[in-house]
Design a protein around this ligand. Structure first.
Ligand SMILES: Nc1ncnc2c1ncn2[C@@H]1O[C@H](COP(=O)(O)OP(=O)(O)OP(=O)(O)O)[C@@H](O)[C@H]1O
Ligand SMILES: [Mg+2]
Length: 345
């Protein structure tokens, strides 16, 4: 693994191009009798982004915006209805069908939300962390296994590693358990970690600790991270770039500074307005969005955000805005992006 403090941000390791994931729900008996059209959940409706080597990208949005569906697609655990995903130069779906699928799979690892559910309570920490070596046919040699377990536990900040070998998950704190989950991913020496709400189940006091650990892994080993969260505040603290999702689309993407300091999309602005500001004088007026994220079987016409948008105009009902550049890598999908909108939006 490369060991440089300046990650190479020039080469994309992951490229997601225009993916859609549609779940047909069927018509049901009444629908069939009335010849109604089949209902389709548009969980992802044209999502594109890339992650560079050693980059941390945040994917932020409300519940139901399609974050986990994106994660599952990236990992090849669900097949998009349309679009392509390329990881380390290979099409993910094809690579996972091929003879080298195990070697390919180990390059991308998932960190789950719930460290209580992710760990088998009947296995020791040594068994849990060493198991991927067996599953991936990496080694059965005892000494090598032990060295790799020590390395992974140390990288995950569980020190001294030997003290954890014979312990069981229920003897550990939530933060320590999440470190074990991270160690079990690191033992495969992945190039990308997909972390879906990795700290939301943890005590607030240890969230920053775990995110700092993940960032350290990026700094020390150049690991790229896709960080999924509904919480723009932790994304702001932890990521290099942020993509904001709404109802199956990315509506704004840019550097973390672009998104937090110069948000253009009214949805992003609303999310930022409810982050508690450390200095109350800098607090923006809170924008409380009306209603909930609509049902993805019935996506609003024009801009999908218009029914909840505080600055929607007539055209927003008709025009489906595409992601367009603002400046540099900053892009947003709003027909009013160039206007100076009132501060409370
Ligand atoms: N297997 C499925 N069948 C039908 N609909 C699904 C399926 N999986 C997800 N969906 C729907 O797709 C939409 C996106 O779901 P997804 O889990 O990706 O959202 P999310 O952003 O991760 O939400 P959360 O923050 O609650 O985890 C939701 O409306 C969800 O109900
Ligand atoms: Mg989710």
């Amino acid at each position: 693994m490369p060991n440089n403090n300046m990650p190479d941000l020039s080469t994309p390791i992951l490229e997601v191009t225009d993916i859609e994931k549609h779940y047909p729900l069927g018509r049901g008996l009444i629908g069939s009798l009335l010849s109604q059209p089949e209902q389709i959940v548009r969980a992802l409706d044209g999502v594109s982004f890339s992650i560079k080597n050693g980059e941390i990208l945040g994917l932020v949005g409300e519940s139901g915006s399609g974050k986990s569906t994106t994660a599952l697609s990236v990992l090849g655990l669900t097949t998009p209805t349309k679009g392509t995903i390329t990881f380390d130069g290979e099409n993910v779906i094809e690579a996972l069908k091929g003879s080298k699928r195990l070697a390919f799979r180990r390059k991308m690892q998932m960190i789950f939300q719930d460290p209580y559910e992710a760990l088998n309570p009947r296995q020791t920490i040594y068994q849990i962390v060493s198991e991927p070596l067996e599953v991936h046919n990496i080694t059965r040699d005892k000494t090598e296994k032990r060295e790799r377990v020590i390395e992974a536990l140390s990288q995950a900040g569980l020190k001294p590693p030997e003290n954890f070998f014979d312990r069981y998950p229920d003897e550990l704190s939530g933060g320590q358990r999440q470190r074990v989950v991270i160690a079990a991913a690191l033992i495969l020496r992945p190039q990308l970690l997909v972390a879906d709400e990795p700290v939301s189940m943890l005590d607030v006091s240890i969230r920053a600790e775990i995110l700092n650990l993940l960032r350290q892994l990026r700094d020390d080993h150049g690991i790229s991270i896709l960080y999924i969260t509904h919480d723009l505040a932790t994304a702001g603290f932890f990521t290099d770039r942020i993509a904001v999702m709404y109802l199956g689309r990315i509506v704004e993407i840019g550097t973390t500074v672009d998104i937090l300091q110069h948000p253009k999309h009214p949805y992003t602005r609303a999310l930022i307005s409810v982050i508690p500001a450390p200095n109350p004088r800098n607090r923006r007026e809170r924008v409380i969005l009306q209603g909930e994220i609509p049902n993805p079987t019935n996506i609003p016409s024009g801009c999908r955000f218009h029914p909840r948008c505080p600055v929607a105009i007539d055209d927003c009902r008709k025009i489906d805005p595409q992601l367009l550049p603002i400046a540099g890598v900053h892009q947003t999908a709003c027909i009013r992006a160039d206007e100076k909108l009132p501060d409370k939006t």
